[in-house]
Write a protein that binds this ligand. Sequence first.
Ligand code: SAH
Length: 343
Amino acid sequence: MQDIKSFTLEELKLEMEALGEKSFRAKQLYQWMHQKLARSFDEMTNLPLSLREKCVQSYEYTSIREVKMQESAIDGTRKYLFELKDGSLVESVWMKYKHGNSVCISSQVGCRMGCVFCASTIGGLERSLTPSEMLDQIYKVTLLTGERVSNVVVMGTGEPLDNYDNLLRFIQLLTDENGLHISQRNITVSTCGLVPQMFQLADEKLQITLALSLHASSDEKRKELMPIANKYSIAELIEACRYYFEKTGRRITFEYSLVGGVNDKPEDAERLAALMKGLNCHVNLIPVNPIKERDFVQSKGAEIASFKNKLEKNGINVTIRREMGRDIDGACGQLRRRQKALQ
Ligand code: SAH
């Protein structure tokens, strides 16, 4: 059966025609799914029962179940563990900021990129998520918190550009005026740096923010942390970032997780500053979140401060990522791993 929540409004119109229904039913259905966040066809009370029955017979209606929720006592950040229809587990995070609420979603079940500091990648990739499964995370969090989501970051488990077509469709549905109508500018997609897809994304000319997980300023060091660095060099990545900015006018965010004694030395900062020269960008420094499977440690406060200083002296925009939800398995994939270990 086809997944009805992954259809665009245009496609849904064609579906309704094929079922012998009036095309205005498509918009009603679409709004029930994507605006009123109905959990089943039963809730769509202004649709004739006959149509609802046809839908039940013709389409799959995805839904997700809350397995666990942990709320940070420090900042109210909530981490959800959801179960998909096939039993797969994914994590989503809800963060409350002064300027609005943000949800961080997963794009795949597991991940095949193999970054050594990341818990999401340890069991490898199970499968990619469908557009509706990415939307469901946002819809479920909205229903559970009772609060509107204004920002979406695709920065949870998985490599979004390794699930390119579903990601683009997800963005189309999420920004549709008959759905949650989230502005493209309020969507961030984070990648470990799949160069061909970065070029492709630039050509879509969307207004979303692209975040690149750089984490090192030399190819040699990057290869130690991220296997993808064996495939694409930093020079190629920077070229792709330049192209993205040229095509979209959107400033790139570089993510740099500071790992104690590995990539946090003054010469790392110098090299990073040289790489960023002339690029319209922003650097986000993230103190690495230690995971129990590896023995990485966070950089010391003084090292973090001097790393930041060095970049700033070179005229680079830097922020140190506020560590939201430190007390609730904040790092990617930790909650999911713990749950799987219990099963
Ligand atoms: N695959 C994408 C998106 C998911 S990871 C990407 O690589 O960007 C989201 C971000 O969290 C990435 O920057 C990733 O490198 C970082 N990350 C993963 N594990 C981490 C950890 N233990 N501590 C700090 N950052 C981590």
